[in-house]
Write a new protein. Structure first.
Length: 276
């Protein structure tokens, strides 16, 4: 046998051994959630829509008044304490300004201003590593850094969450300031980003809130929702149900990773221990 022939045989044997090893059922720690995965094309389309809407904002006394109130609110957030009396007075002023804006220019103007505010924030905040330069930038950022920190979207001072999730959270803040539901006006991919981050990456948040977020994430077609539901079952102390769900997912997909997660969940049933 030639040397090259011997090498070929050894390579075939080694490859077979590696494949066999991978195929052997191995229980793995079933605590890690699937990462938030968003369709790139849908993300790109949503960002382009925001930019197009932002370009539609027309300067008017009504728009200027509402924008200044929003920036004032941001500056108060960034420089606590935010006195309750000041907050209440500003909220009344914001409500009045919204009424005047919609009466003069129509409801779509609000959507355009929200998109414009998001674009301003992305430009000013960047990756989160620099501090605001002036009062305008302080107003744009407001309390957003605290929100990003609270929900684990910043690590070591740098944004680690997908841009679409950051955008969705900023829109949620803008909506709240303007007396609207946090998800008002969010498109499908933005809702996936918003609910998906809360459900999949909300470590330290109340489990009930993560389960509610996961239901909303699944409703808008979020990727990995079924696997995440099984892992939340595990965190909630329902390992039997988690193992069953993971096994069913493995049976449907054939993914060895899911089989090993199911085995890990069964180990939790047999050898219970505290979740991380």
């Amino acid at each position: 046998m030639t040397e090259s022939g011997l090498k070929l045989i050894l390579w075939i044997v080694a490859t077979g051994l590696i494949g066999a090893t991978v195929a052997i059922p191995q229980a793995v720690d079933p605590w890690e959630m699937p990462s938030l995965v968003l369709d790139r094309e849908a993300v790109s389309d949503a960002i382009e829509l925001d930019r197009a809407l932002a370009d539609e904002v027309r300067e008017s006394p009504e728009a200027q008044s509402l924008r200044e109130l929003f920036l004032d609110h941001g500056r108060s957030e960034a420089n606590p304490p935010y006195e309750r009396a000041v907050y209440d007075k500003r909220q009344v002023a914001i409500y009045t300004a919204i009424e005047a804006l919609v009466a003069a220019h129509g409801e779509p103007t609000l959507a355009a201003m929200r998109a414009s505010a998001v674009e301003d924030f992305i430009e000013v905040f960047g990756d989160g590593t620099r501090e605001p330069n002036d009062d305008y930038e302080v107003g744009v950022i407001g309390g957003m850094r605290e929100i990003l920190n609270r929900y684990g979207m910043i690590r070591d001072g740098v944004v680690i969450a997908p841009e679409m999730a950051v955008r969705a959270f900023y829109k949620g803040r803008w909506n709240a300031v303007h007396r609207r539901a946090p998800i008002d006006g969010l498109g499908r991919i933005e809702l996936q980003a918003y609910w998906g981050w809360l459900a999949l990456h909300g470590w330290g948040r109340p489990l009930r809130h993560r389960e509610e977020a996961l239901l909303a994430f699944a409703d808008v077609g979020g990727f990995g929702a079924q696997e995440a539901a099984a892992l939340l079952d595990l965190l909630a102390g329902r390992p039997d149900r988690a193992a069953k769900s993971l096994q069913e997912l493995y049976s449907m997909s054939g993914e060895l990773r899911l089989r090993n997660l199911a085995l890990g969940a069964r180990h939790v049933v047999l050898f219970p221990r505290a979740a991380p």
